[in-house]
Design a binder for this molecule. Structure first.
Ligand code: PFF
Length: 444
C-alpha cells in the first residue's frame, strides 16, 4: 500500500481546541440558555451537569476508544473492532453529519447576515419583521452558501493546516469574547431580572422524564456525541494522550461556555425591557431580542453586536467543520478521494441539501429533531452497546497512553450496565417527541 500516511494533530492543545471547537457552537448559545430558562432554571443546569457526567463523558470516552484505537473514520473503525455487521451504524453517523450540517449551516448563515448588519448597515428598526425576511428565502440561501464556502475551505486545508490552525486562533478568541460580554452584561441595569429569568429554580420541572430526556439529548448535541465527530477527531491522535483527562477538559469547557452564554444573553435582553421577545423561541431570543437590544443601546450597541455575532459565527464555524470532517473522512477512507475533492463535492451536496431548510423553517425544525436529536440518542445507545459488549478490551485501548486512570473500570461498568437502559428510556421519549412533532405538522 502506498497511500499517504494518515494525518495527525500537531499538538495535544490543537486536538483539545479542535474538539472544544466542535462542541461549542449554536447548541451552547442558541439552545442551552433557553432550555434552562424554560425547564427549571438552576435546577436544569444541575440536571444538565449531572447528565454530562453520567452519560456525556462516558460516551465521549467510548468514541475516543474506538477512534484512537482504530485510527480510522467511523465506518471503518466500527468494522475494525466489531466486524462488517457494524458498518451500517457508521453509515448512519455519516448521514447524521450530513443532515445536521445541512440545516446548521442555514442558521450559521443567519449569524453571518447579522454580523454584516452589525458591522456595516446597523440593525433593522423592526427586528421581528427583519428576521422573517432574512431567515428564509433567497437571502438565507445566499448566506448559507457563503458559510459553506468558508467551512469547505478550512476542511480542504487538512487536519493540521486547516482544522487545527483555525481552532487555535478562533477558540481562545471566542472564549474571551463570551467572557467579556458576560461581564459587560452584568453591569447593565436589568441584569438581575435577566439572571432571574435564566436561573430561577423550579425543582419540580426536572423530575419529569421529558426534561430528563431533553437534557440528555441536549448534552449529546452540545458535546457533538452520537454521530462519530469525536470518534473522527480522536482518530488523528497519536497514542500518548490521556483520553479521560481530555474528555473532562472538553466537556467542562463546553459547559462553561453554555453557562456563560446564558449570563450574557438574558441580562442584555432584560436591560432593555424587551423580555416579551423571549416568548417565541430560542431563535427569537437570539435573532430578534438581541438585535433589538443592540439597536436600543445607542453607541455601544454596534460594537457589542459585532462581538456577539462574531462569537456566534465562530462557534458555528468550528462545529460545522467537525460535521463536514466526519463526512469527508469517511469518503477519503472508503472511496479514496483526495481530501480536497472529498471536501468540495460533499460540501456542495450538503449545501444543496440545506436549501429546503433555508426556504422553510418548519423543515429546518423537523430535520433538527430527527438528525440533531433522534439520531444522536440512537447513535449514543449503539455506541454504548458496541463499546460495552462488542469491542474487545476498550479499557486497554484507553490506557495506551500509559496512564493509570483509576476510574476506567468504573466507566466500563457504567457503559455496560447503566448507560444502555438509561438511553433506551431517553430514546423512547425522543421517538415520542419526534412522532408528536410530525403528527402535529400533518394535523395542522
Ligand atoms: N456541538 C455543536 C453545537 O453545540 O452547536 C453541534 C454539533 C457539532 C453536533 C458536531 C454534532 C456534531 F457532530
Amino acid at each position: 500500500m502506498n497511500e499517504a500516511p494518515r494525518e495527525q494533530w500537531g499538538s495535544r492543545l490543537g486536538f483539545i481546541l479542535a474538539a472544544v471547537g466542535s462542541a461549542v457552537g449554536l447548541g451552547n448559545m442558541w439552545r442551552f440558555p433557553y432550555f434552562a430558562a424554560e425547564n427549571g432554571g438552576a435546577a436544569f443546569v444541575f440536571l444538565y451537569i449531572f447528565m454530562v457526567a453520567l452519560v456525556g463523558i462516558p460516551i465521549m470516552l467510548a468514541e475516543f476508544a474506538i477512534g484512537r484505537g482504530a485510527k480510522k473514520s467511523p465506518i471503518q473503525a466500527l468494522a475494525h473492532f466489531g466486524g462488517r455487521r457494524w458498518k451500517p451504524l457508521g453509515v448512519l453517523f455519516v448521514a447524521g453529519g450530513f443532515l445536521i450540517l445541512s440545516y446548521y449551516a442555514v442558521i450559521a448563515g443567519w449569524t453571518l447576515r447579522y454580523l454584516w448588519n452589525a458591522l456595516i448597515t446597523g440593525f433593522a428598526g423592526d427586528p421581528a419583521a427583519f428576521f422573517g425576511q432574512v431567515s428564509t428565502g433567497g437571502d438565507a440561501v445566499a448566506w448559507h452558501l457563503l458559510f459553506m464556502v468558508i467551512t469547505i475551505t478550512i476542511v480542504a486545508g487538512g487536519i493540521r493546516g486547516g482544522i487545527e490552525r483555525s481552532a487555535i486562533i478562533l477558540m481562545p478568541l471566542l472564549f474571551l469574547i463570551v467572557l467579556g460580554l458576560a461581564v459587560f452584561a452584568s453591569t447593565l441595569d436589568g441584569a438581575g431580572a435577566g439572571y432571574a429569568f435564566y436561573l430561577t429554580t423550579d425543582f419540580r420541572e426536572i423530575f419529569s422524564l421529558d426534561v430528563l430526556s431533553e437534557a440528555t439529548s441536549q448534552a449529546f448535541f452540545s458535546l457533538s456525541l452520537g454521530m462519530g465527530a469525536m470518534l473522527t477527531y480522536s482518530s488523528y491522535l497519536s497514542r500518548d494522550d490521556n483520553m479521560p483527562r481530555e474528555a473532562v477538559i472538553i466537556a467542562g469547557s463546553d459547559f462553561l461556555i453554555a453557562f456563560l452564554a446564558g449570563l450574557m444573553v438574558f441580562p442584555l435582553i432584560f436591560a432593555l425591557g424587551l423580555s416579551e421577545q423571549l416568548s417565541g423561541s430560542t431563535i427569537g431570543a437570539l435573532f430578534i431580542g438581541l438585535p433589538n437590544a443592540f439597536a436600543e443601546m445607542g453607541a455601544v450597541g454596534r460594537p457589542v453586536g459585532v462581538l456577539f455575532f462574531f462569537a456566534l459565527f465562530v462557534g458555528a464555524l468550528t462545529s460545522a467543520i467537525s460535521l463536514l470532517e466526519v463526512v469527508v473522512a469517511a469518503i477519503i477512507d472508503t472511496v479514496r478521494w483526495p481530501r480536497r475533492k472529498a471536501a468540495l463535492i460533499m460540501g456542495v451536496l450538503i449545501t444543496l441539501a440545506g436549501i429546503p431548510s433555508a426556504f422553510d423553517i418548519t423543515v429546518l425544525g423537523v430535520v433538527d429533531q430527527i438528525a440533531g436529536n433522534l439520531f444522536l440518542v440512537f447513535g449514543a445507545l449503539c455506541l454504548a452497546i458496541f463499546v460495552g459488549w462488542v469491542m474487545p478490551d476498550p479499557i486497554a485501548e484507553l490506557r495506551r497512553g500509559g496512564e493509570r486512570v483509576a476510574w476506567l473500570p468504573l466507566w466500563y461498568g457504567f457503559i455496560r450496565y447503566v448507560v444502555p437502559p438509561l438511553l433506551l428510556l431517553v430514546l423512547y421519549f425522543t421517538v415520542r417527541a419526534t412522532f408528536e412533532m410530525i403528527v402535529g405538522l400533518f394535523g395542522g
